[in-house]
Design a protein around this ligand. Sequence first.
Ligand SMILES: [Fe+2]
Ligand SMILES: [Fe+2]
Length: 406
Amino acid sequence: MRIGIYGGSFDPVHNGHIAMIKSALKSGIVDLLIVIPSVRNNFKLYSNKLPPPYRLVMMKETIEGLGIKNCYVSDVEFGIDGVSYTSVVLAKLTSKKYIREFLLSNDIKRKKAEEDHEFFWVMGSDTLATFETWYKPEDILKHAALLAAARPGDDTDVEKAASSIRKNLGGKVEIFRLDGVLCSSSEILSTGDFSKVPEPTREFIARHALYTENTMLSGVSDEAKKQFFEASVWMSNYLGSKRLLHTLNVGYLSAHLAEVFGADKDKALIAGALHDCAKELPIETQNKLAKKYSGDLFTEKKLLHSPAGSTFAKEELGIKDKEILDAICYHTTGRGDMNLLEKIVYLADKIEPARTYTDLTPIRNAAEKDLDSAMRMTAASVKDKFVSQGRDIHPLTELMMKDLKM
Ligand SMILES: [Fe+2]
Ligand SMILES: [Fe+2]
């Protein structure tokens, strides 16, 4: 098959990206397109607004929501250590093993998936002009031809850049006609005008309350931001996308609440983001990890992931801060004498933007003003749930409620 590959930050996805995708497919030069959200772009290392998993799921939901056929999203960059240079990404993506498994997992017929494929790196006309200055352009051309977009009006420049690449690097360059609008993610973010963002993308952004004040991470250190990004990539090995975005949402909300109530924003971001990191590990693994952190304090299956998460974050990510580890450990039950950080993570877990189990508006409003009152409301609803399910309230939760004068 002829396979187009289109990489980018997609932060956020906008109509310009969709025009590229649709026009490349319409050109007939490629049979299908693989879209790759970037992880560690050498130009934007950790400077994306959103960590990679959000951008991956946002693109998937958009393609699906718009019903674009023959277009698939790949997380190939998640498995690459260090900067994801195009040549490195292409080497991995175009390897027989990867591409075969990727196509099969996207329901492409075995016969087609196992063909010898021809690859095209899809790019805008502006990037084509600078291609010769990229990192190892000749390596890129070993894996793929270039497929460049030309807007009506800029054909001559595109032709010029294409002939230079053909002549100097001996690469194959094809050109396709781009039908569509001009827009840029940075302009959308700086103006706050999301009208050039497709509807399914907008729904995704609204559901997770992204690109708002709460997710700007102002006042968070670069080191913590980096850790947040890296933790998100690491957790994608262990969590399905829904839970992964939930746990990251809790990171964002915890950082916001830390700002409101004067806690350490860096710690809140990291503790919140990691709170559910162990939740989808096999239960025996959770049990072992939990015991290491808190002995026999937690025995109920549903609670194990909390202390297990503390050990997991400590051993795998090297998190040593006791306050962070404790906030992860007690996020499900609470405990007596909770500190500010523990309360924040406990609460953020129950009310992050994508939570819809009940009308959370009153608690969310309370959480902006009075932490203990929001905690009481949350604990009361947790208690109701436990009573209705015939479950016992954990002694640690009893202690928390006593402290809250409930
Ligand atoms: Fe949890
Ligand atoms: Fe959670």
